[in-house]
Design a binder for this molecule. Structure first.
Ligand code: PLP
Length: 233
């Protein structure tokens, strides 16, 4: 156990150094960027170690796995939970029971489902719109096509959910820079009508520097902190 704590601490320190360097290179204050540690596939004991090491935000991508982990003793003290996976509307009510932030809202149907879930649970939910950044977006990998973002944003703004901004994953096998530049542009456009929706969730273990360069406010980092997931599937 103590070996795992030291491993996580060392990995966190390395990622923290990367973020600090990226912020400095971009001329941005470190406080503008929040680290969300993605704990999918890893056990509850890692969540507790991370919370103890000062991690404030964790991300999970599967409702049942997350709910099971958080049922063991509740959400660790002082930790905000983010749902970052593809969401079926029939699972929205379950996600609303434990998530503080749902980063992957990509269609209007989820707005009603999450609203009902949050009301039933008596909780407030912050949401991000996930955008498909493929050069020829089809929404197949999850994410609204850019043209659908304004209507979806208005729908969320008219609901009890709090619209905080945008989330995206860089397209596979492509330079992340132009994709994250498109995301920054979409964010600027969104903020014309929704000035408080200023979060940009982008950047993972492999491309966090590019995301920081293009204005990311939230990074979702798994592998670089927890290690290889393939042995935990
Ligand atoms: C798994 C996952 C991450 C973390 O990816 P790593 O490459 O392990 O850092 C980030 N975002 C989403 C949406 C994910 O599903």
């Amino acid at each position: 156990m103590s070996g795992r704590r030291e491993e996580l601490a060392a990995n966190l320190e390395r990622v923290e150094e990367r973020i600090a360097r990226a912020c400095e290179a971009a001329g941005r204050p470190r406080e503008d960027v929040r680290l969300v540690v993605v704990t999918k596939f890893f056990p509850r004991s890692d969540l507790d170690l991370l919370a103890d090491l000062g991690v404030t935000d964790i991300g999970e991508n599967r409702e049942q796995e997350a709910a099971a982990k958080l049922a063991e003793g509740g959400t660790p003290e002082g930790v905000r939970t983010h749902f970052i996976g593809q969401l079926q509307s029939k699972k929205a009510g379950a996600v609303a029971r434990w998530a503080d932030v749902v980063q992957s809202v990509d269609r209007a149907k989820l707005v009603g489902a999450l609203t009902r879930g949050a009301e039933a649970a008596g909780r407030e939910l912050t949401v991000l719109i996930q955008v498909d950044l493929d050069a020829e977006p089809d929404g197949h990998r999850g994410g609204a096509v850019p043209g659908d973002v304004p209507a979806l944003a208005d729908e969320i703004a008219g609901s009890p959910l709090r619209l905080a901004g945008l989330m995206a994953v860089a397209p596979l096998g492509e330079d992340p820079d132009p994709a994250f530049a498109r995301l920054a542009e979409l964010s600027a456009r969104l903020r014309v009508d929704h000035p408080d929706a200023d979060w940009i969730s982008a950047g993972m273990s492999g491309d966090l520097e590019s995301a920081v360069r293009h204005g990311a406010t939230h990074l979702r980092v798994g592998t670089a902190i927890l290690g290889d997931r393939t042995s935990h599937r």
